[in-house]
Design a protein around this ligand. Structure first.
Ligand SMILES: Nc1ncnc2c1ncn2[C@@H]1O[C@H](COP(=O)(O)OP(=O)(O)O)[C@@H](O)[C@H]1O
Ligand SMILES: [Mg+2]
Length: 943
């Protein structure tokens, strides 16, 4: 797009692409391809530098901050020429490697260009401040543009997905991943905003507004689902003040004409441990603090709570307020969202009551009975509140907690519990209530978003956490890493398929490797029979299994037999780990303590049964499908296939497989979010952090695959035009030769590695780096040519000047000669005489001339007088004629008025009447001649 075309983006234009002038200036920076390099740096990973000297394989480089370092030749990386400055698609970089990608992102980020492509990926760096790049004019600016036609943007990705959907009649998906705080959710919201704007049904009046159904049109409803989900599913973490603690896949369905039809949301892996535990710098789910902001005192009364979070240990282990979040405002938004989303009054009360009950759960106190292991309630006030909120009997609840009934054979016996066990059970119960409440809300939202409008295709947006490598990695990390491993495999395979298609289309013979297979080993180790998940699930069936027995089984099965499964290398200060997995993003040490318990996620069945019978309808509904050991035989067998007895990992795998098959039925688009620094400073980039993410999120992996093939490609026409200069003689002027032939001739005539390129049907393909070499050769060639042109033109100009100068020199001689001659003769008597006579000669001549002129003048004067007289005469005549004519006209008029006998007229005009005279009056003479009009216009009759 030219500068003028960029104006459609309004104030956002400079954040999307720099002006032509600035780009040209940047591309003409002085550059020496032979010495400009990136060098490794212990602190910053890579810095820019300049080669000072080379000695064998060791090179001495002066870095940008003037340090001199000596490194091995293999460790330095060449810089890309300035032609590639702040490139919009990094796959086109001729030198494709880690520092090139890093610095390209960094330089763009420094001027707030946060979106950059890397082949199939759209990479975005969190700006930590609001840029105008999401304004309405930007939305309309991207509408209908192809990816190559506009600067990189999430809207461009969205629009291509939309166009592909309409054109190919295929479902689409946009996969947004990244670390916590990298901007996944912000970008997801932008995608939804985009579709809500461009595909809005618009006319909401047509839609019937059913009572109990949501208010507003579908686009509003889709956007409204967010505040509610965020209140219950988002929390402050170290990295992100508003971190979504669940993955989501939002599908937006479109009708046949491409208008919004409906939407649904699928959620993954809500982090429920947060309900009862937070790190010091973190906070539990927003909803708790929103309610406690006391913006709606009636809620405080309803939930029987105070406004002091410290009264509730479950939610007050970390921070309680977040600077960037206004809990009072958010409470209003959540409350409004509940209404707009069509929850009825009873459901709404249920939501708040259960939220309150979860908080109270942490306050129930149990003490140990004297001389017994058994727990007993320490006061009943809290239990009364919980029971009241949940609609059950307080004594029953306490009894169920302290003396749960378990089935032994065919009989029920009560089992004693220690206070610790009771506390664990209440924690598990409150987490389960919270999770089920959340999932139920999602289901309800889906029901509301489900319109009866016909749907044709969908675009799904996946907002899910990226690869996690923490100090201590547990089952949750393995689940999320496994998900990412699968998503990466999906990407690799997709890219492989696309590349293969392109090569096939272009007729390039090349042995292609399916890079999806690279990840297969790790995926299989986790999910295949006898893999980690299956061993874990098997162990969960054994009542006697422990973490130790689980570990032993894993070791027996895999250690030493599978290179992906390793024993962690112990080192000081590192958290305890039990096994390591080699993921594509790096090797991760996992700690398997508590996996069995986490995976079984047992609930106190006796309490669950109370829930199922609770008078709070919502609660009984939440647990309706949960089958307990106590349910009677017939009911149980029916329910067993349902959600019960399903371990966490099995449920996760089921969901993940559903997601993957969903994704495989779509055409995917990939967005990678990058968190630039941990301190939320806008504009600054921490090299180490960013490189780590680029490795984990597959951007560098994508580039690695790229480099194996022929990543640079140019249409023959373009190639010929740009590089003909390298050897113009190869393509003779004047005779027709098609671009492909020309390119072939040209490439074979120049001195490059001929294995580095291939000829397709329409394009020529290059290995990474060759194009940079050609560019360099072209620059050299251009330099030679320019010098030659310069030399020739300078020579020409100088020769012109020389000619001029020699002419001047000759003139000087002539002048000199004349002056000398004059000097010689000026005192000669004859000459003097001549000087005297000369002026007279001239005046005699002038007199004669005067005489001639006088004669001519008098002749002309005479002639003029004659012709003037003649003109006057004629004019007079003319006036007379006019007068005559007007008189005649008046006469006729008079005759008419006198009027002849009627019969005479009825038979037609009397014979002999001159009809022309009765016509319109003659035109004044002025119209035809230049004779001054002397007849007054008034005298002319009007018809
Ligand atoms: N494109 C953006 N423009 C402005 N701020 C952003 C952008 N992306 C992220 N942020 C900031 O970073 C925070 C974290 O982003 P978020 O999308 O919640 O991260 P994630 O979902 O990846 O954990 C946001 O609350 C916002 O303040
Ligand atoms: Mg998020």
């Amino acid at each position: 797009m030219s500068d003028a075309e960029m104006e459609i983006f309004g104030v956002a234009a400079p954040y999307l692409r720099k002006s032509e002038r600035e780009r040209i200036a940047a591309q003409n920076m002085p550059f020496d391809a032979k010495t400009a390099v990136f060098v490794p740096d212990p602190k910053q990973e890579y810095v820019k530098g300049r080669i000072r000297s080379q000695d064998g394989s060791s090179v001495t480089v002066e870095t940008e901050d003037s340090k001199i370092v000596t490194v091995h030749l293999d460790d330095i990386r060449p810089m890309n020429p300035p032609k590639f400055d702040k490139l919009e698609d990094m796959a086109l970089l001729t030198h494709l490697h880690e520092p090139a990608v890093l610095f390209n992102l960094k330089e763009r980020y420094a001027i707030w260009m946060i979106y950059t492509y890397s082949g199939l990926f759209c990479v975005t760096v969190n700006p930590y401040k609001w840029l105008p790049v999401y304004n309405p004019e930007v939305v309309s600016g991207y509408r209908g543009k192809k990816r190559q036609e506009a600067p990189p943007h999430i809207f461009s990705i969205s629009d291509s997905a939309y166009q592909y959907m309409l054109k190919d009649r295929e479902n689409q998906s946009i996969l947004i991943t990244g670390e916590s705080g990298a901007g996944k959710t912000v970008n997801t919201k932008r995608v939804i905003q985009y579709f809500a704007t461009i595909a809005s049904v618009g006319d909401s009046s047509k839609k019937e507004q059913l009572p109990g159904k949501m208010q507003g049109n579908l686009e509003d409803q889709i956007i409204q689902a967010n505040p509610l989900l965020e209140a219950f599913g988002n929390a402050k973490t170290v990295r992100n003040d508003n971190s979504s603690r669940f993955g989501k896949f939002i599908r937006i369905h479109f009708g046949t004409k491409g208008k919004l039809a409906s939407a649904d949301i699928e959620t993954y892996l809500l982090e429920k441990s947060r309900v009862t535990f937070q790190l010091p710098a973190e906070r539990s789910y927003h909803i708790f603090y929103q309610i406690m902001s006391n913006k709606k005192p009636e809620l405080i009364d309803m939930m029987l709570i105070t406004t002091n979070p410290y009264d509730y240990p479950f939610i007050s282990q970390g921070e309680l307020t977040v600077l960037s979040i206004n809990d009072t405002e958010e409470l209003m938004a959540t409350d409004k969202a509940i209404d707009i989303l069509g929850f009825n009054a009873e459901e709404k009360v249920g939501i708040y009551k259960l939220t309150g009950a979860v908080m109270h759960y942490g306050n129930m106190k149990f003490k140990q009975k004297q001389r017994e292991e058994q727990a007993e309630p320490d006061g009943t006030e809290v239990a009364d509140k919980v029971a009241y909120l949940m609609g059950m009997n307080s004594a029953d609840l306490l009894k169920a907690l302290c003396y749960p009934r378990v089935k032994v054979g065919n009989e029920y016996v009560t089992k004693g519990q220690t206070p610790q066990q009771v506390n664990n059970a209440s924690g598990a119960l409150s987490k389960a209530v919270y999770e089920k409440l959340f999932l139920w809300m999602v289901t309800r939202i889906n029901q509301q978003l489900d319109t009866k409008l016909p749907r044709q295709h969908f675009i799904g947006v996946l907002d899910i956490a990226g690869f996690e490598i923490f100090e201590m990695n547990s089952l949750e990390q393995m689940c999320i890493n496994f998900t990412n491993e699968k998503l990466q495999q999906f990407f690799n395979h997709h890219m492989f398929v696309l590349e293969q298609e392109e090569y096939k289309k272009e007729g390039i013979v090349w042995e292609f490797i399916d890079f999806g297979m690279d990840l297969a080993a790790c995926i299989e180790l986790i999910e295949k029979p006898m893999g980690i998940f299956s061993i874990l699930e098997e162990e969960c069936m054994f009542p006697k299994a422990t973490d130790g027995s689980f570990k032993n089984k894993l070791y027996d099965q895999h250690l030493g037999k599978n290179s992906i499964f390793q024993k962690p290398k112990p080192s000081k200060g590192k958290a305890e780990a039990h096994f390591s997995l080699v993921h594509y993003a790096g090797t991760v040490d996992y700690n398997l303590s508590g996996w069995l318990e986490k995976n079984k996620d047992p609930l106190n069945d006796t309490v669950v049964q109370l829930y199922q019978k609770a008078s709070l309808k919502l609660l009984s509904q939440l647990f309706a499908t949960y089958s307990t050991a106590d349910a009677d035989g017939s009911k149980r067998s029916a329910k067993k296939k349902g959600s019960s007895f399903q371990t966490v990992s099995a449920l996760f795998r089921e969901n993940l497989n559903k997601l993957m098959s969903n994704l495989r039925s779509t055409q995917p688009h990939f967005v990678r979010c990058i968190i630039p620094n941990e301190t939320k400073i806008p504009g600054s980039m921490d090299h180490q952090l960013v490189l780590h993410q680029l490795r984990c999120n597959g951007v560098l992996e994508g580039i690695r695959i790229c480099r194996k093939g022929f990543p640079s490609r140019i249409l023959y026409g373009d190639f010929r035009q740009r590089y003909r200069i390298l050897n113009a003689r190869a393509i003779p002027e004047g005779q027709f030769i098609d671009s492909k032939k020309a390119s072939e001739k040209l490439l074979s005539s120049i001195d490059v590695d001929h294995a580095q390129y291939r000829f397709g049907y329409t394009k020529v393909f290059f290995k990474a780096g060759l194009l940079g070499l050609l560019e360099e050769m072209r620059d050299e060639r251009l330099a030679v040519l320019m010098t030659r042109i310069q030399a020739v033109s300078r020579g020409y100009v100088t020769r012109l000047r020389l000619k001029e100068m020699s002419k001047k020199r000759e003139s000087v001689y002539i002048i000199q000669y004349n002056i000398r001659s004059f000097m010689n003769v000026k005192n000669w008597p004859w000459m003097r005489l001549f000087f005297k006579i000369k002026p007279l000669l001239r005046s005699a001549e002038a007199e004669k001339e005067m005489q001639n002129m006088k004669e001519a003048f008098s002749r002309l004067k005479e002639e003029f007088a004659k012709s003037d007289a003649r003109r006057k005469e004629l004019e007079e005549k003319m006036v007379m004629l006019f007068q005559e004519k007007n008189d005649l006209y008046l006469q006729i008029q008079a005759v008419r008025l006198a009027g002849p006998p009627a019969e005479e007229w009825s038979a037609g005009p009397p014979m002999g009447t001159v009809m022309e005279l009765a016509g319109p009056p003659a035109e004044p003479p002025t119209a035809r001649t230049s004779v001054p009009l002397e007849v007054p216009l008034e005298v002319l009759p009007t018809p």
